[in-house]
Design a protein around this ligand. Structure first.
Ligand SMILES: [Zn+2]
Length: 526
């Protein structure tokens, strides 16, 4: 057996330059169109995958973990390496078939356009109809157009689930669902206990809120509430509340300095993000990515944000969200070993980002940072609370559908997913299924099943972290508004430990309780 330390040192020496080069290439391809950078990114990505598939290295990692490694940081690095290598330990031909099928389905999603009356339409067009049309027939056609891709890819998604299971079984797991959770530091029993807790906390308030919504939709579309179908709810999956009648905060931000407000939010906590701002790329330009993200290039302080800022609420929320990721990355203790010098889990960094992204709907923030007049805030306050609550309720019910559905998909890829899907939607989202001929394989039109399998639970966990961490900061430092002690608390208790602690230990240490739905439920009741 090799000693743990030289093994880790050896793997770090091979992995670290690849990760840094990949981050740089990723940034380059996102900020300007360049064939050269694109090729470089693909080449490094392949090299990285080849390293993670190294069977000898994996055997040595497994071996080292069975021995007694007293140093907790060494142990933890072995755990991190194990979870990074494990999913790649798949026979060569199976790995190739998986990649080919994934690329194939993704290409179908990218090139597919739904059709309304024989005319090809893009997603923005469909969403625009669902947001604005008063004509139920037109809405139905738009919703159907959004589902057509499902029928095209359904067979391939089943096949993909089967291949992923084959790979998981070759590694000793029941199916891909179990493998993905286990190598993502999530315990299946605990996940479903948390989902049950969320179900219980949201079922009553959601039912009440939904009844009021249905009443107003029935009036709007001049029908019985029982006649409402999925196309009456704006979002094709009902993952956000309908926008009609929702609270529009854009007027508050139309003349705002979004960059300046972002800096002053973090300045108030004693967190200086000017070094990030200087390296960031924040405004729309030809040839750059239309999305938003934060990237830690080298785990040495070079952290950058990409946005396409416009003066409205969405971008205010997005900037605070991305700079939340950035401040976390910047404040991880830089004396930690490189492998542990990062956020410990997707759900902890999403939780922090979501906590800051909620601020534009927080009266305290609107007053102190955005400088909104007191009278205007008093007028908005009840509706701010209502809209925060509606967002959390609708999103939570939707994640329950997705996670339960995905577990069943991998349990039996050949199963009757059509029936299971609509049963979950009816039971959890209280949306009536349409007649069968309205849409075939609507379930398969959700792209996450293909490109981000078994990931959805992280979004819900992120919301739970945001609520629980927000409560802890409020109780111990009075909240996030202009309080340096709140910033210190976040840095010391949550950011600095990086991945030296598992996410569940970190959350418990920082908030005084294991991650659960209590704080989240309290916010729903408020
Ligand atoms: Zn994020």
């Amino acid at each position: 057996m090799r000693a743990a330390y030289p093994l880790i040192e050896d793997i770090e020496a091979r992995l670290r330059p690849l990760e840094v080069a990949l981050a740089e290439a990723w940034w380059e391809t996102s900020t300007r169109v360049s064939e050269e950078a694109k090729e470089r990114r693909e080449r490094i990505e392949l090299e990285r995958r080849a390293l993670l598939a190294d069977a000898d290295a994996f055997a040595a990692i497994r071996d080292a973990r069975t021995g007694s490694v007293a140093d907790p940081l060494l142990r933890r690095q072995l755990d991190v390496l194990h979870d990074a290598f494990a999913p790649h330990q798949v026979p060569e031909d199976l790995r190739r078939r998986l990649v080919e099928l994934e690329v194939d389905v993704e290409a179908t999603f990218n090139s597919h356009r739904g059709e309304i009356d024989g005319e090809r339409v893009d997603d923005n067009h469909i969403l625009e109809i669902l947001r604005t049309s008063e004509d139920a027939g037109e809405r139905r056609a738009a919703w159907q157009a959004s589902k057509q891709v499902g029928a095209r890819v359904a067979e391939q998604v089943r096949e993909l689930a089967g291949l992923r299971n084959e790979a998981a079984r070759s590694l000793g797991y029941r199916d891909h669902f179990e493998l993905a959770l286990a190598t993502g530091e999530l315990d299946e029993g605990r996940l479903f206990a948390t989902l049950d807790e969320v179900d219980r906390a949201t079922a009553g308030p959601f039912r009440e809120w939904k009844a009021r919504l249905d009443e107003s939709l029935a009036a709007r579309f001049d029908c019985e509430a029982a006649a409402l179908r999925p196309w009456h709810y704006d979002d094709p999956f009902f993952q956000d509340p309908p926008v009609a009648g929702a609270l529009d905060l854009d007027p508050l931000f139309e003349d705002a300095d979004i960059e300046g407000l972002t800096l002053s939010t973090y300045d108030g906590l004693g967190l200086d993000l000017r070094p990030v701002l200087e390296r960031s790329d924040l405004f729309a330009r030809e040839g750059k990515s239309q999305h938003a993200f934060c990237i830690d290039i080298d785990r040495e302080g070079d952290v950058r944000v990409l946005c396409n800022v416009e003066p409205n609420e969405r971008w205010m929320d997005t900037m605070l969200h991305e700079f939340g990721h950035a401040t976390y990355d910047r404040e991880v203790d830089r004396t930690l070993p490189w492998l542990l010098r990062a956020a410990t889990h997707a759900l902890t960094t999403e939780g922090v980002a979501m906590l800051f992204g909620r601020l534009p709907r927080d009266p305290d923030w609107l007053r102190t940072i955005a400088g909104v007049a007191e009278a205007r805030i008093d007028e908005l306050a009840p509706r701010l609370a209502g809209s925060r609550r509606a967002n959390l309720l609708v999103f939570a019910r939707w994640v329950l559908v997705m996670t339960n559905f995905e577990r069943g998909l991998y349990a039996d890829p050949a199963g009757d997913h059509e029936t299971r899907w609509w049963e979950l939607v009816e039971r959890l989202q209280l949306v009536h299924r349409p007649e069968p001929e309205a849409a075939e394989a609507a379930w398969a039109s959700k792209i996450h099943l293909t490109v981000a399998p078994v990931y959805y639970q992280n979004y819900l966990y992120g919301e739970l972290v945001a609520s629980q961490l927000g409560d802890a900061v409020a109780a111990r430092a009075g909240g996030l508004g202009e309080r340096a002690e709140a910033g210190r608390l976040l840095v010391d208790e949550f950011f600095a430990p990086g991945a030296s602690l598992r996410w569940d230990q970190l959350v418990e240490r920082a908030t005084g309780a294991p991650l659960g739905a209590r704080a989240f439920a309290r916010q729903l009741a408020a």
